[in-house]
Design a protein. Sequence first.
Length: 191
Amino acid sequence: MYPRQSFTDRSLEWLDDLLNRILNKGAELPGGWLSIVILVLLVLAAVVFATHMYRTTLRTRADGDFQLFGGEQLSAEAHRAAAEACATRGDWAAAIRHRLRAVARALEESGALAVVAGRTATELANAAAAVYPGLSGPLQAAASIFNDVSYGEQPGAPDGYRLIADLDRQLADAPRAPTPAGAASGWTTIR
C-alpha cells in the first residue's frame, strides 16, 4: 500500500507534470517558444486586468452612499477657501468636494443640522431638504455631483462646482421650514 500524499505533494506533482508537458509540446507549436511566451503574457495581462476591475468594483458601491467627510475637520469658511483655491487652478473635482463639505459644515455650524459622524452626501441632502424644502432639488443634485466625482470616477466640471457654490449662497438666506409643535429641537441620528 502506498502512503497517502499531502495536498501540497499532489499539487507539486501535478505542476511538474504540467510543466513537462508544456516543455515537450512547446517545440511542436507554430512559433515554438515564442508562442508560449506570448500566451503566458496574455494570461498575465488578463489576470492583472481582472484584478484591477475587481478592486475597482469593491471600491465603488452601487447605491452611492458614501461618507461626506474623509477625516478632515475644517470649518465651513476653510472648506470654501480650499474650494476656491482648487477652482482657481482648475481642479474641479477637489473644488466640488470642498464646496459641498462647506455646505455641510455651514449647516452644522448654524445649528440647522446636528453634527453626525460619517454622514454621507446623500444623507446630507435628505436631512437638509427637510429643513430647507425649497432647495430639495439643488441639494439632491449637489449630492449626486459629489458622489460622481468622489466615487464614480467622473471628472469634475465648472458647472457642477457653480451649482454647489450657488446652493451654498442660497442656503445662507433661505428660510427654514417651521418646526412642528412638540418636535425635539435637535436632529437625532437614526441607526
